[in-house]
Design a protein around this ligand. Structure first.
Ligand code: CP
Ligand code: NVA
Length: 303
């Protein structure tokens, strides 16, 4: 593992090893307190963030490393100087680059010209740090991820793609239930189907909320991702039937609820569910830090 640009960069053994290391870092932080001593990580953001920014910053400090935050107040990466020069310069100073970008191609270009590992901390197509934190969180409740059934309700976006690809690799059954015209990217779904054929996972897409039967975990994300300017009134009309609420949990018997956050209470999820006993949402947020530390340790060759 040299970079982490998309979930399909990882095979099943690598995903399980990251989850195992994430759990170890969480259980025994002192053991890793100097693991990145003398190392520096640049985290750069073309989009806003709470969890990603803070979990990388504090997580790196907990490993004894140093992080430098770069925002893009001057516009998208590549405007002031080329992505090539940006990557080449950063590589002379830091030991890894973490980047949240609008366009996945920017990460591909960063990787091409960087001589240090590059980590995708969200782009238009994937959110692998999130997906890995989610499967780590699920693994805290289910011993065998290949026996878990996960339903995703809502917009077929970057987070849904990461869940689909990781689930398909791990053998987790994943069903995405999205309104017509808001399903996942066709190519990514095809790729997930090919991975599922190898792992034995059952992968489905539906637009019918009635299909949400027999799942262990239900997941949702915002109906309007960063960079999408569709007015909320318009979005609500389409997406409201896909809300996660107590009636849905009561009807289906689903035990656990995930949401990557930021959440929009009373839209994609009700406060009753978000703050209720089925919610693993804050565990997920905490686990972002532990799994990202596992990713950094692995990329920087710490054994
Ligand atoms: N889930 C997540 O990536 O949150 P932020 O956008 O706040 O980083
Ligand atoms: N799908 C959301 C995830 C935010 C963490 C977005 O891209 O805005």
């Amino acid at each position: 593992m040299q970079h982490l640009l998309k979930d399909s960069d990882l095979d099943k053994a690598q995903i399980l090893a990251l989850i195992a290391l994430g759990k170890q870092v969480k259980a025994n932080p002192k053991k890793y307190g100097q693991a990145l001593a003398g190392k520096a990580v640049v985290t750069l953001f073309e989009k806003p963030s709470l969890r990603t920014r803070v979990t990388f910053d504090i997580g790196i400090a907990k490993l004894g490393g140093h992080s430098v935050y770069l925002d893009q107040q001057n516009g998208a990466l590549g405007k002031r100087e080329s992505v090539q020069d940006f990557a080449a310069n950063l590589s002379r100073w830091c030991d890894a680059i973490v980047a949240r970008v609008f366009d996945h191609q920017t990460l591909v270009d960063l990787q091409k010209y960087a001589t240090v590992p590059v980590v995708n901390s969200l782009c238009n197509l994937y959110h692998p740090c999130q997906g890995l934190a989610d499967f780590m969180t699920i693994a805290e409740h289910y011993d065998d991820l290949s026996k878990v059934k996960l339903a995703y309700l809502g917009d077929g976006n970057n987070v849904s793609h990461s869940l689909l690809l990781l689930g398909a690799t791990l053998g987790t059954d994943v069903t995405l239930i999205c309104p017509k015209g808001h399903g996942p990217d066709t190519q990514i779904f095809k790729q997930a189907e090919a991975l599922a054929a190898l792992s034995g996972a059952a992968i489905h897409i539906s637009d019918d909320v009635a299909d949400i039967e027999g799942f262990d975990v239900v997941y949702t994300d915002t109906w309007v991702s960063m960079g999408d300017n569709t007015p909320m009134e318009q979005v609500k009309e389409i997406f409201m039937p896909y809300q996660i609420n107590q009636a849905l949990l009561d009807r289906t018997g689903i035990q656990h609820v995930l949401h990557c956050q930021p959440a929009h209470r009373e839209l994609e999820i009700t406060s009753e569910v978000m703050d209720g006993p089925a919610s693993l949402i804050l565990d997920e947020a905490e686990n972002r830090m532990h799994i990202q530390n596992a990713i950094l340790l692995t990329l920087m060759g710490h054994s």
